[in-house]
Design a protein around this ligand. Sequence first.
Ligand code: ADP
Ligand code: ADP
Ligand code: ZN
Length: 215
Amino acid sequence: MKMKIIMLGAPGAGKGTQAIMIAEKYGIPHVSTGDIFRANIKNNTPLGQEAKTYMDKGMLVPDELTVKILLDRVAKDDCKNGYVLDGFPRTIVQADVLKDALSKLGDRIDHAINVDVPDENIIKRMGGRRACLKCGATYHIEHVPPKKEGICDNCGEALVLRDDDKPETVQKRLSVYHEQTQPLIDYYGKEGILKNVDGTQDMNRVFEDICGILG
Ligand code: ADP
Ligand code: ADP
Ligand code: ZN
């Protein structure tokens, strides 16, 4: 099945967790701009150095840079049968660029899934998040613990607390989300492809709701 999906939601809403499950079930790549930036930071590339200055402050990486990375990624061969975008678009400008690029190919996004979680729950979740910077897997010390403490189940890498998951930065990211990204809920509502799911449920429940939407 050919399927292009966007995940919307606040930082920590569970977009990545759900996107990985969607990617596996539907056999499409999981494309996370945050993961691409973090891989570049880990390898100390010029892109990584630039992105880090914004990410550590809880700010968005500029549209121009982000859009180029994303369009290059989805032009790759493995994306020809669709993909699930996690963390992109995050601004109206990004959404417009994606829409135009797809429409030039006679194509469009099929579903925008909004994983809805109130800010109070987000703050609680973020401190417990642990990330694998090698394969992109995400854990939670209480809700989604790895089999062996501090070690990624998939690839054996040591898990880390992301620099931008400190409480001060989480607050900033939430305000950036409300200002710049939340308007996309309306945007995709008007496009007629918005689907809301209750992201406060257990992750398997959230996934069931999403599968009900995607069919
Ligand atoms: P989260 O999992 O909390 O939603 P991400 O991993 O998606 O976070 O993103 C981490 C950071 O990377 C963001 O706070 C932002 O600085 C940067 N980033 C990721 N995607 C984008 C994007 N589409 N536009 C601008 N900045 C981005
Ligand atoms: P996002 O990509 O939206 O920033 P993540 O998928 O990284 O969010 O999830 C944020 C944190 O919450 C992670 O530690 C993850 O393990 C945990 N988490 C994800 N989904 C749920 C859920 N439904 N209930 C409780 N914790 C969750
Ligand atoms: Zn890993």
